[in-house]
Design a binder for this molecule. Sequence first.
Ligand code: FCB
Length: 461
Amino acid sequence: MTMSNNNSESAFSSSFIWGVATSAYQIEGAAAVDGRGPSIWDTFTHTPGKIIDGSTGDVACDHYHKYAEDVDLIASLSVDAYRFSISWSRVQPLGYGAWNEPGFEFYSKLLDKLAEKNIAAHVTLYHWDLPQGLQDQGGWLSRDTPRHFAEYAAEVARRFGNRVATIATHNEPWCTANLGYGNAQFAPGIADTALSIQVSHHLLLSHGWAMQAMRAVNSSAKLGIVLNQWTAMPATDSAQDQAEAEWEYARSVQWFMDPIFKGSYPQKALDRMDMSQFHVADNDMAEIRQPIDFLGVNYYFRSYISTEVPAKKPEGKLGFSDMGWEIYPDGLSDLLLQLNREYTDLPPIYITENGMAVADAIQDGKIDDAARIEYVRLHLKALHDAIAQGVNVQGYFYWSLLDNFEWNSGYAKRFGLVYVDYETQERTLKNSALWYRDFIQNQVAARINPAHFLGQRQPRR
Ligand code: FCB
């Protein structure tokens, strides 16, 4: 039974957008096709020992060749919108200099196909795949990279700005900085906390410069950024746990939100950070603080903070995902309410990612992923609660459309609504995909006829 059948409170507004999300390196494959240059993820995955199953994104879901079939799949889910990212080195092989027309042609064909199916395109410019050509010149430690990023952003806005609904500058800059430069789990694989702080500043600066460069282009796309966020909950009410939780929230959430919305870094975070490599030029904070049209929030879990040794673990009343992440839907409403209290001028929010890895298996041609369905159902309920309490959320994107290359976990973790057999590239809708489709269709039916809430079945869209 879907939420809309049994609970009239659960109807989302008629303008609410339902979507699915992916990113370029995780699905496209075709790593060296049609002039694409290598990115830091190509370099990283081809370095032995970096990826748990030794895999690469060379082929991934071969979406580059199967995009038309994949858009048909998206359309079969009845969603309104598709969030994907552009591979920078596909459209500009070095990250500076010449554009690669066949690369732009691929995204143009993808946009045509989405338009044909009436699916709105939500584009991300940077989902972690910096052109290796820019890494070779200092990557995100150099102030030239933000400059190149702004040029790339403006070029995408010029070419596609009237064909897409939104353009986000970055996806989860927290990860680029903390996993790419803080603990070396992600490309480029550097472990140096002081450098990671400087990288986060350059990512924010690149966001600010890209916003300005895109605003200078006449386009209808709404512009914003996507941040991964969580509440930080102290494990006990000890003063130490509380202080540590506040610090965690400051260094992870406010660190990216405050510069964008307040034009400064949170003092609480600055107080405890290694500032030895930190350089902020005079006007940087004003450059970063640009009005954004939307905020993308990616939510997977809460942060659970314990200063005890060994640290207290969350009890995981609802269990843990195949990533080992605690399932904690209330964290989504807690987070949204907290953001809404703290930032008075928030633009509309999209939940740009939320989803669950499950060790899925095909049986008799079916994938019974009941745990994923429950995960989504509970998060939508929490989301609805937050909206009912006044948070302006205008859409939800499930991560991910397809099982795909899950970064340093390789292909071992499956997040998709659609199962991918990597040997044959065959796609099969999981039960969660059918559930999501029915849920959306019921929402749409409810928009048309409120009597639907009384339990009457409505025809599908
Ligand atoms: C997010 C990433 C996305 C995917 C999910 C599981 O942090 O943005 O690419 O890996 O996690």
